[in-house]
Design a binder for this molecule. Structure first.
Ligand SMILES: C[S@@+](CC[C@H](N)C(=O)[O-])C[C@H]1O[C@@H](n2cnc3c(N)ncnc32)[C@H](O)[C@@H]1O
Length: 321
């Protein structure tokens, strides 16, 4: 039996659920415990309820005053679509902009070719850092949305301390051999009270495990022939080599950040949706399920990518940070 933690949300405030049990009442929707610490909010009748409930979780987390830092990883809440995950990131940045009441200074760490957040109506300046000059050039000439563009390594580039309200990094840390150094820099570059938004594949899932053991050349073939990305593997185009430093595993990541004054408020799972099409979709799903079964459930097949929303504490106990 597991109890949904009070800090999660109003939507799930009073819910106690058993692993594998279905349709426990949850106020705005229904909640299913997929496994220990992993929940999915569902509604058979009205998909809008899902968004309401998940959005509520996010906003409650952002607004909850937490006097003491917690180092535990928050439970994973499953979303019902990639659009929903995109929207949650946008909601978080908008809520932060409302709270501060001034233009935001945003760092996109490992910005690549494109910016995925539609922040229309929010005033902000955007700094992009990327190691790949080709990707950055495409970003500058096609998207043309960066106020500052820097070619550099997130582990060594020099940016002023405590200078960003939001540090956003999407599908980057798994490609950084010293992800711990990059993460430490994110913390340093973030202003007190600032928002850290990370999106990355979870290493301890069936898909994360397979990604680590399959050679990079096979990833390139998968992108080209299954996902249909013709330029895959060429300069400026994914897939990039993956390293999966242990610090990016869910529990370690939250502990690492927590010890440095940044608390993981919530994490959202993708519900494992990015699997190709047709027969390939069935094969990939089958391999992932089999891998999960062979690991006796240690490697989850319920999700592969996670969105983390974390916040740097405003002040330390002695008033400095
Ligand atoms: C999979 S792409 C993601 C790009 C973009 N964030 C997105 O979501 O579309 C990974 C990006 O991280 C960049 N990258 C990888 N290691 C890096 C490092 N050490 N420093 C800066 N950028 C890095 C790559 O050049 C690439 O543009």
């Amino acid at each position: 039996m597991c109890r949904v933690r009070r800090s999660l949300a109003i939507a799930v405030l009073h819910v106690t659920c058993r692993d594998g049990s279905k349709n426990e009442s949850a106020g705005h929707g229904n909640i299913v415990a997929l496994q220990r610490g992993v929940f999915q909010i569902i509604s058979n009748t009205n998909p809008k309820l899902d968004r309401l409930a998940v959005g509520q979780i996010l906003l409650n987390s952002l607004n909850t005053h937490v006097p003491t830092m917690k180092l535990d990883a928050p439970d994973v809440v499953q979303t019902s679509s990639y659009d929903e995950i995109d929207q949650l990131q946008i909601d978080a940045v908008r809520a932060h902009a409302r709270r501060l009441g001034r233009p935001l200074s945003i760092l996109e760490a490992g910005c690549g070719q494109r910016w995925t957040l539609d922040l229309s109506g929010v005033e902000y300046t955007l700094t992009g850092v990327d190691l790949d000059p080709v990707a950055l050039e495409l970003r500058k000439t096609k998207a043309r949305d960066l106020d500052v563009a820097i070619i550099g390594d997130l582990c060594s580039v020099e940016l002023p301390e405590a200078s960003f309200d939001v540090v956003f990094s999407s599908f980057v840390l798994e490609h950084v051999p010293r992800a711990d150094v990059a993460l430490q820099n994110f913390v340093q570059w973030l202003r007190p009270g600032g928002l850290l938004i990370l999106r990355l594949p979870e290493r301890d899932t069936a898909r994360g495990f397979l990604t680590r053991v399959v050679p990079h050349g096979v990833h390139v073939l998968f992108y080209r022939h299954v996902l249909g990305a013709k330029s895959a593997g060429q300069p400026g185009y994914a897939p990039y080599t993956t390293y999966y430093h242990p610090v990016i595993g869910r529990a370690r990541l939250c502990r690492f950040l927590g010890e440095r004054g940044v608390r993981c408020l919530c994490s959202f799972g993708d519900g494992f949706r990015r699997e190709g099409r047709g027969v390939m979709r069935l094969i990939v799903r089958g391999v992932v399920k089999l891998t999960s079964a062979l690991s006796f459930g240690r490697l989850s097949s319920d999700y592969s990518d996670l969105l983390y929303i974390a916040m740097k504490e405003s002040q330390t106990e002695n008033g400095r940070r």
